[in-house]
Design a protein around this ligand. Structure first.
Ligand SMILES: [Zn+2]
Length: 269
């Protein structure tokens, strides 16, 4: 499932291609994935594209919001007017087509159809986003803030807490494991057992791992692709789906909160 860096990559690429453009016509091929009400608000101009947690928000000039959840296999593909045939390889999985006034085409594709694009008004969007925790790369997300929220989760497990979207937004199974490795913290630990120093290091490593993954356009392990191809961060993974850590120690796999979790018993205490 795409996490913060993968979704952020897509947002940056969508901005380059469709921000400020006018959507003239929408074809909805799978109404279970893409809300058919979106057709009723077209034509519209795309005035803003941004990320919140693991979802994409596309704002329109008629005050609506397309709320995009990619889940496991949602993708966007884009082709300018002269290269429409470049979309052919993805035809099979197209769930919606957004025709743009310059004759370019944006498609939304979904292989397993777990994701969805919902149409929301401002109030509905605010309600939808209100429960989410802070954005870990936001300037306002200081070490002080992190300490403040993590100490409230005293009894909880550290890894499942990092993945809780109401705690902090955007971190999922991959980046929680990676941040814990680089912070030398065993993912099975309870928050109450963390020392002040460990909390500080964890804060730094969450941000560092996410920043680095954005630089490399995310991680492609199963079928995440961005508009320009695949991610590159998989080369830098330390423990996620690895048999050994970067120091060549054998890793161990456990299950936490129902999710497979890798760690190095020698590097992480
Ligand atoms: Zn190790």
């Amino acid at each position: 499932m795409p996490e913060l860096p993968e979704v952020e990559t897509l947002v940056q690429q969508l901005k380059k291609r469709v921000l400020g453009k006018k959507i003239t016509q929408i074809e909805i091929i799978d109404p279970k994935v893409v809300d058919p009400k979106i057709k009723k608000i077209s034509p519209f101009k795309i005035t803003k594209i941004y990320r919140r947690a693991k979802s994409i928000i596309i704002e329109t000039n008629n005050n609506y919001f397309l709320h995009v959840h990619l889940r496991m296999t949602g993708h966007f593909h884009f082709a300018p007017k002269t290269k429409l045939s470049s979309l052919d390889p993805y035809k099979k999985f197209i769930v919606a087509k957004f025709h743009i006034s310059d004759d370019s085409l944006l498609t939304h594709n979904s292989i397993r159809k777990f994701g969805h694009i919902n149409l929301l008004n401002k109030q509905q969007l605010q309600k939808e986003l209100s429960k989410l925790g802070p954005e870990p790369l936001d300037k306002k997300f200081t070490l002080k803030k992190f300490k403040e929220i993590i100490t409230k989760k005293y009894r909880a497990n550290v890894k499942t807490t990092l993945m809780d979207q109401n705690f902090i937004a955007g971190v999922g199974n991959i980046y929680a494991q990676e941040a814990l490795y680089h912070a030398h913290i065993d993912p099975r630990r309870k928050i109450s057992s963390l020392e002040e120093k460990e909390i500080s290091l964890l804060y730094q490593q969450i941000r560092k791992v996410l920043h680095k993954a954005i630089q490399h356009h995310g991680t492609t392990v199963e079928n995440y692709v961005h508009i320009e191809g695949t991610g590159g961060f998989q080369k830098y993974l330390a423990v996620y789906q690895k048999n050994s850590c970067p120091k060549k120690h054998p890793t161990k796999k456990t299950t936490l909160g129902g999710r497979g979790t890798f760690y190095c018993p020698q590097c992480q205490k």
